[in-house]
Unconditional design. Structure first.
Length: 118
């Protein structure tokens, strides 16, 4: 009987351990360039940058503002802006993944369009 209880406890513990992951998503769109007249054209659509941080037991990583700044910097590093160009339709998305209740991974993705004013 004790052996059966041990096996059942092990199965319950293992299934709890393997299924104790979840993820949440959040995001927002910010105003950037004023596109209220027809004096611009799209140069690039849907460019993006990503930054990720991992917290173990709540320790480590950086603040959300720093994540957004680094993701935007990564985006602009790959897509340099020229004169008369600006970012428009900027969106910031967060994916927070919880693993075993001990490890939290936050991924920040910043996407935008590049417009050039005439």
């Amino acid at each position: 009987m004790k052996n059966l209880f041990s096996k059942i406890a092990l199965v319950v513990f293992a299934s709890t351990l393997l299924t104790s992951c979840m993820a949440t998503h959040a995001g927002y769109i910010t105003n950037s360039a004023a596109l209220n007249s027809a004096n611009f054209e799209y140069v690039s659509n849907n460019i993006g940058g990503v930054e990720q941080v991992t917290y173990i037991l709540g320790i480590g990583g950086m603040a959300k503002e720093t994540l957004v700044a680094n993701a935007k910097m990564n985006m602009l590093r790959k897509n340099k802006l020229s004169s008369n160009q600006a970012l428009s339709n900027v969106s910031v998305n967060f994916k927070t993944q919880y693993t075993l209740g001990l490890i939290v991974t936050v991924t920040c993705t910043v996407t935008a369009d590049i417009v050039e004013f005439k």
